[in-house]
Design a protein around this ligand. Structure first.
Ligand SMILES: Nc1nc2c(c(=O)[nH]1)N[C@H]1C(S)=C(S)[C@@H](COP(=O)(O)OP(=O)(O)OC[C@H]3O[C@@H](n4cnc5c(=O)[nH]c(N)nc54)[C@H](O)[C@@H]3O)O[C@H]1N2
Ligand SMILES: Nc1nc2c(c(=O)[nH]1)N[C@H]1C(S)=C(S)[C@@H](COP(=O)(O)OP(=O)(O)OC[C@H]3O[C@@H](n4cnc5c(=O)[nH]c(N)nc54)[C@H](O)[C@@H]3O)O[C@H]1N2
Ligand code: SF4
Ligand SMILES: [Mo]
Length: 749
């Protein structure tokens, strides 16, 4: 691809007119009427967990604010409204299909019929539902510890509840979920500290904050409506602190279509203070902020004594860590850290929000602890307008956790299910996502059910993922659209791809839970796919369970009526009692005991438990460790991997990222000075290599990124690295991959 200079000039604000242009282009297209119909349908937005839609209508959030739909919602809907895949596509052999990239695969259209790739065959072929159930039922009759599921948070609470009940009734605790790759560090960290693993801040509470500290999040692209809250906070005189190794233009200035006159064109200022730290060093920065809070006498001692435990360890650590160690680790000066501490310590109520820049590290849980410790030191947990707020990913990923799709099942849920089944559950072992891949690679998994997602491409080391999945006998993918996993994540015997309804098409009502703990009711709908043979996830799971377990003690076929599933949820899931009446009242609700406006927490003592957080050691290997000679121009970097503006996780919608000036997918965003010192140039094609492989012909793009750091896009980049794993949460360190960038041989020969 030739480089288009115009496209490399990133805009000076995030959001802005391009968003409106995108809306207009999509909603005025031939597909436009269907997009509008779907936007107005009473169901939750498909895209991110910020959450909007549901019974209040397409554009209204739980706080009754209007105009709360962003272009990302349109992007996700447009993708599901594609026509069915042309049947001729399946005349192509699997080898030919494997040549397509993520965007091309997504653009094939919607899955419309059940398909199977049988062992030894080169083509996917149609299969009847009868044979599907015969094969899958037989596959699930393997020993329970050799049966597993993986899920992704686009599905409903009802499907999630049934999935875990099905696996647990079998005796399997192998419930891997995309959250293992995502916010597991937040769940683990917050649960041990506060006794609750989700955000303690509601949307309403956020609106009472006068300071937001936003860490490791690219909200302008991934949670755009959060930007409206930041704009309003700045308008009311509040402060926003951004902590990120990369200057994301939308975090500096954002033009929001929700405020067309004052914000859209000029853009609203977002960051009051932008701390561009070394990737992976957040714990050091927060320990520094704690040290400065102590030195500036801004610690709330009475609060610490009354409502927290082990605060002395945190105070001692901050006091005894030298300033030089802190500043050398995080690369932020003492002066800036002191300014940050002043901003936090002097604010009335501070919300600490974070996303993948915090969790996807080898010390992800410590990162979360260090943020929460800072909140506690300043009395910012358990009051209106303050608290810890992990910004969740998929639109219902949090609901999956609540429904018990986890290898760490809550005691209360366990007891309730044991009463339901009349016997005890097997909760030993259990594979999270990384453990599942490793177990499969050791030949310990026979059968895998994937409820959505793209297990293959979401993992690090795609060669390993492919090999491991290839050792599983039967893999069943339930999906709305084809993705790379359906063509690369192939089982040893049967790979079955089953087409399901999208959220707004389901023949029954379902519910979803947002990252702000709000439960939405989604109306039933219709699909635009006319001659298709789709199944609802709920129907599939109930039919499979009925064939496996009969109708006692649970009448599985009756659960195809989702009202009965909600009755079971009301009886088994803590905080979800109100779902028992939702069919009659239509009343959506905030889950009980999650949002804290008093400093009383659901831990054994009622106090928050604090933990000291060791500073990370952030070394990078020598070029020789990669087998690269020092004689060719090179640089070893901390490579961060994540999303471009126009993709949803492993699904690419558009190749470029206009806000970062990256014209195509095979780019690396680097610091200008790093490039110069390495003897390389902008737009030069280089090789990027890590511990599992290399990508060639990668174009260097200059960006405002911290020296020593770089950015590339997943899923493509997942082919080159193995990733370190946070031992406490199981999450891969996608945000700090040791990589070498070097000149391609031909450039110098
Ligand atoms: N449009 C769209 N929306 C989405 C998604 C999508 O793919 N597309 N995905 C959904 C999902 S599942 C998720 S999990 C979320 C992801 O939402 P984000 O977490 O915002 O997404 P990432 O692309 O992973 O970007 C993380 C940010 O962390 C910064 N960062 C990297 N390393 C560090 C570090 O060491 N410290 C700090 N402080 N910052 C760092 C990066 O520069 C980047 O700005 O979005 C959800 N919403
Ligand atoms: N290098 C790198 N890797 C990462 C990350 C990173 O930042 N860097 N981020 C990680 C994170 S945070 C996450 S969450 C994972 C994402 O991992 P996954 O959640 O596994 O992947 P997605 O790409 O979101 O899955 C998309 C597919 O879901 C299916 N789908 C969509 N809607 C529905 C539905 O309603 N029902 C069903 N059954 N299927 C549906 C479609 O077939 C679509 O192709 O990736 C992780 N991998
Ligand atoms: S912010 Fe998230 S939930 Fe809200 S409309 Fe945009 S994509 Fe949907
Ligand atoms: Mo995620």
């Amino acid at each position: 691809m030739t480089f288009d200079r115009d496209r490399s000039n990133p805009p000076e604000i995030g959001g802005g007119l391009p968003v409106i242009e995108y809306w207009a282009k999509k909603t005025l297209s031939p597909q436009g009427a269907k997009i509008w119909k779907t936007l107005l349908h009473k169901s939750a937005c498909l895209s991110c967990a910020w959450g909007t839609g549901g019974q209040k209508g397409g554009f209204v959030d739980e706080d009754h604010q209007g105009l709360q739909r962003c272009a990302k919602s349109v992007e996700a809907i447009a993708s599901e409204l594609q026509p069915a895949i042309a049947p001729e596509i399946f005349d192509l052999s699997i080898a030919e299909l494997q040549k397509r990239n993520s965007q091309e695969v997504n653009n094939l259209g919607r899955l419309s019929h059940p398909m199977i790739l049988r062992s030894g065959k080169r083509h996917y072929e149609r299969i009847s539902w009868q044979e599907v159930f015969e094969i899958v039922t037989a596959a699930f009759q393997k020993p329970a510890e050799r049966v597993a599921s993986y899920s992704s948070g686009r599905s409903s609470n009802e499907a999630a509840f049934l999935l875990q009940l099905l696996l647990r009734t079998l005796g399997s605790n192998n419930l891997a979920d995309c959250s293992d790759l995502c916010h597991a560090a937040s769940t683990t960290g917050l649960k041990t500290m506060f006794g609750s693993g989700t955000s303690m801040v509601s949307l309403e509470s956020l609106q009472h904050a006068d300071c937001v500290v936003l860490v490791g999040s690219n909200a302008p692209a991934n949670h755009p409506r959060l930007m409206n809250e930041l704009i309003k906070l700045r308008d009311r005189g509040g402060k926003v602190m951004i902590i990120n190794p990369l200057i994301e233009i939308g975090l500096v200035k954002f033009g929001s279509p929700a405020f067309p006159i004052r914000s859209l064109l000029p853009g609203s200022e977002i960051a009051s203070l932008y701390l561009q730290l070394v990737p992976g060093s957040d714990t050091a920065l927060f320990v520094g902020i704690q040290k400065a809070l102590i030195e500036q006498n801004l610690v709330k001692w009475n609060y610490l004594r009354n409502v927290t435990e082990n605060w002395e360890a945190v105070i001692n650590q901050a006091k005894s860590t030298a300033w030089t160690e802190i500043t050398e680790t995080c690369g932020i000066s003492q002066l800036e850290i002191e300014a940050a501490a002043r901003m936090i310590g002097r604010a009335r109520s501070v919300v600490f929000a974070w996303a993948m820049g915090i969790t996807q590290h080898e010390n992800g849980v410590d990162n979360v602890y260090s943020i929460a410790n800072t909140a506690l030191l300043t009395g910012n947990a358990g009051k209106l307008g303050a608290g810890t707020m992990p910004i969740r990913g998929h639109s219902n990923v949090q609901g999956f956790g609540s429904m018990g799709v986890t290898i760490h099942l809550k005691k209360e849920i366990q007891q309730a299910i044991e009463i339901l089944l009349g016997r005890s559950l097997n909760l030993s072992g259990g594979y999270d996502t990384r453990a599942l891949i490793e177990a499969a690679d050791r030949n310990q998994v026979d059968t895998l059910l994937c409820l959505g997602g793209n297990l293959y491409a979401a993992n690090p080391d795609l060669t390993e993922a492919k090999r491991a999945l290839g050792k599983i006998n039967t893999i069943v993918y339930l999906a709305t659209k084809p993705n790379l996993g359906h063509f690369h994540g192939l089982a040893a015997e049967n790979t079955i791809v089953l087409p399901v309804f999208a959220r707004f098409e389901n023949p029954h009502r379902v519910t979803t839970e947002s990252g702000n703990n709000f439960v939405r009711l989604n109306d039933s709908g219709e699909t635009h796919l006319k001659d298709a043979d789709l199944i609802s996830e709920v129907e599939f799971l109930c039919e499979l369970a009925a064939r496996l377990h009969g109708n006692h003690p649970i009448d599985w076929r009756k659960l195809q009526d989702t009202r009965y599933v909600r009755q079971l949820i009301a009886r088994t899931i803590p905080g979800y009692e109100k779902i028992g009446q939702i069919d009659e009242t239509g009343e959506e609700f905030t889950i009980a005991n999650r949002v804290f406006t008093e400093p009383k927490f659901p831990t054994s003592s009622g106090k928050a438990k604090m933990f000291a957080t060791p500073l990370p050691t952030l070394d990078l290997p020598n070029p020789e460790a990669f087998g690269i000679s020092r004689n060719i121009p090179h640089i070893v970097l901390a490579l961060g991997t994540g999303r471009s503006y126009a993709q949803h996780n492993t699904v690419v919608y558009q190749a470029d990222d206009r806000y970062r000036g990256m014209p195509h997918r095979n780019c690396i965003l680097m610091n200008r000075e790093d490039v110069r010192q390495a003897g390389l140039q902008e737009h030069q094609r280089v090789t990027v290599q890590a511990d599992a492989g290399k990508l060639e012909d990668v174009e260097i793009i200059f960006g405002d990124i911290r020296s020593g750091a770089a950015l590339m896009f997943y899923p493509e980049v997942n082919s080159i690295f193995r990733a370190k794993i946070d031992p406490r949460s199981g999450t891969p360190a996608y945000k700090r991959v040791a990589a070498i960038v070097y000149a391609q041989r031909q450039f110098h020969s």
